[in-house]
Design a protein. Structure first.
Length: 106
């Protein structure tokens, strides 16, 4: 998630097209589709793998403290506990990224 300072809502903008091509090249999707800036443009992004489960994205209007909206999202998490020889591997999958912890059993 980031503020890209690219008007993602202006589809014929050169930088917007270049970002869309870059995301497509790496199999990524930008999921924020509503304005996130007080002036009406979409500047903030949530980018995930195109083939992963989509997170829930909630954009809340800006207030007097910021000119950007609050962008909240929930990532679908999967937990797998796999028994292996001599230990246990616990795997947490976060939007296609895999983090593993190996617990050795004496």
């Amino acid at each position: 998630m980031s503020d890209l300072n690219i008007h993602l809502d202006v589809v014929d903008d050169r930088d917007t097209r270049r970002l869309a091509e870059l995301l497509d090249t790496f199999g990524l999707s930008q999921l924020v589709s509503v304005p996130t800036h007080r002036d009406g443009h979409t500047l903030d992004a949530v980018i995930t793998r195109a083939d992963s489960a989509l997170p829930v994205v909630d954009v809340r209007p800006s207030d007097e403290y910021s000119d950007h909206s609050l962008v909240l999202f929930q990532l679908p998490l999967h937990y797998v506990d796999v028994n292996t020889r001599g230990g246990r591997v616990s795997t947490l999958t976060v939007s296609g990224l895999i983090f593993s912890t190996v617990v050795c059993v004496g």
